[in-house]
Design a protein around this ligand. Structure first.
Ligand code: HAM
Length: 425
């Protein structure tokens, strides 16, 4: 047999226990915050029909799909994102669901990306979506839950910002600059490539869409608008897009995260289904790709064949946030100490150790029981490096006296445990 590479396929990740500590920290925070904000869990298979996933050309993600045929010739794919699947699931039960619904999932996604910092070919995404309401309170709730998750992971507020804009507002600004609405979807996709390709290439894309030089100049000029007030002066006084944006900033302040939000007209998003407010979170120095992103997509339900239904949601990946957290908190994931580690000196104390472990486990405690006899020095060195809070080392004297000492590895205090305690039923 030829030797197999020990590396995971390019772009895919192995999770050794030290990596799982980070992953669990992130997933636990995601799930806790989503539930705290009233989102219900859902899930679906990572294999999706290719037809559902293939939409607008020009979207980066549709060129990155891992696609294959099953043995019956069905065209399938590993999902690059969860939103089309969510839209399909909601459309399938549209007459029965109690809208508005608030759903969340942690979904593994696959994209054949060019590998850069923070971008892999496989990642996990927390998705939180609210379907069935046009109210900007939905955006505020989703962002509030994301902020809550960031804070409980240990991310300081000073390390990141949420950049917010609105495609509806940009649409109004483009219209006010004389660029007809039929060009807007292509302009959004082209402008989203800013920073990834040269402005001259973006101008070529706009030319290809039929925009003349004056219109292209005006389009680029809009990207220099850098405050809500400046934008407000360029659109109608009763602009709904502007009212929604201002409403979101007000709600964010009321919810305690207003200072994390900033208006940034350059946030457009690469997916074509967004119709209103869009947002992306970045580290303060912008050294990493987006931490999370999302927005309002009021047309997608109809696009997959459902009834037109307003919707808003976000995807929050595990890769970038993990990298930023490691930079701030260090490589070793800080885990609170908990539970017991139990060791013994010779095979004669093994059964006392097994019995004590069984009793503690029956009591709901976590116990890491040594598999071999150890010298005290080796046992306590291992205990110090473990995540246990209390270490119990059983020698012949302990068995003779019927009690063992549990050492609290944080406070260095001792507590006596009876070795005669019967196992709880
Ligand atoms: P997205 O911006 O394509 O949006 O992805 C959301 C997040 O997933 C990104 O901000 C990033 O954290 C993570 N992510 C995406 N691609 C990769 C990758 N190749 N490697 C590592 N992390 C990645 C969406 O997917 C939308 N479906 C989100 C959404 C939900 N909009 C409405 N509802």
């Amino acid at each position: 047999m030829s030797t197999v590479s020990f590396e995971a396929p390019r772009g895919m990740r192995d999770f050794y226990p030290e990596d799982m500590a980070w992953r669990n920290r992130i997933f636990d925070a995601w799930r806790r915050s989503a539930r705290r904000f009233g989102f219900q869990p859902y899930d679906a298979c990572v294999v999706e029909s290719l037809e559902l996933l293939q939409r607008k050309s020009g979207e980066e993600v549709s060129e990155q799909i891992y696609a294959f045929e099953d043995k019956s010739g069905r065209k399938l794919a590993l999902r690059p994102e969860m939103t089309p699947t969510l839209a399909r699931m909601v459309a399938a039960r549209q007459s029965r669901l109690p809208f508005p619904i608030k759903w969340f999932t942690v979904a593994q996604c696959f994209r054949y990306e060019r590998m850069t910092r923070g971008r892999k070919r496989e990642h996990y995404q927390l998705n939180m979506d609210i379907i069935g309401s046009e109210d900007v309170l939905c955006e505020a709730e989703i962002l509030g839950a994301a902020v809550d998750a960031m804070r409980s992971m240990g991310m300081p507020d000073g390390a990141w910002r949420i950049h917010v804009s609105s495609r509806a507002l940009l649409g109004e600004l483009l219209a006010a600059s004389g660029i007809p609405e039929r060009h807007h979807p292509a302009v959004f996709i082209a402008l989203d490539k800013r920073g990834k390709i040269d402005d001259s290439e973006i101008a070529d894309l706009l030319r290809g869409e039929g925009l003349d030089e004056a219109a292209i100049g005006k389009t680029f000029a809009l990207l220099a608008v850098n405050s809500l007030d400046e934008a407000a002066a360029m659109v109608a006084a009763d602009s709904k897009a502007m009212a929604d944006l201002r409403g979101l900033f007000d709600l964010a302040h009321a919810m305690g995260y207003g200072d994390l939000l900033m208006f940034d007209i350059a946030v457009i998003r690469g997916l074509s289904y967004y119709t209103g407010i869009v947002f992306e979170a970045f580290d303060l120095q912008r050294r990493f790709r987006a931490i999370f992103g999302g927005g309002r997509y009021d047309s997608l339900l109809a696009l997959v064949g459902g009834q037109p239904t307003p919707a808003v949601g976000m995807g929050f990946g595990d890769v970038v946030v993990g990298e930023v957290l490691r930079e701030i908190l260090g490589d070793a994931c800080p885990e609170p100490r908990a539970g017991y580690i139990i060791g013994y000196m010779t095979p004669e104390q093994r059964s006392a150790a097994v019995t004590l472990a069984a009793w503690l486990r029956a009591d709901g405690e976590t116990v890491d029981l040594s598999l071999v006899p150890q010298k005290p020095k080796h046992f306590f060195a291992k205990a110090g490096n473990s995540s246990a809070l209390k270490a119990v080392y059983i020698g012949p004297d302990d068995v003779a006296s019927g009690t063992a000492q549990a050492k609290n590895l944080q406070t260095r205090e001792f507590e006596s445990l009876s070795l005669a305690q019967p196992v709880q039923p």
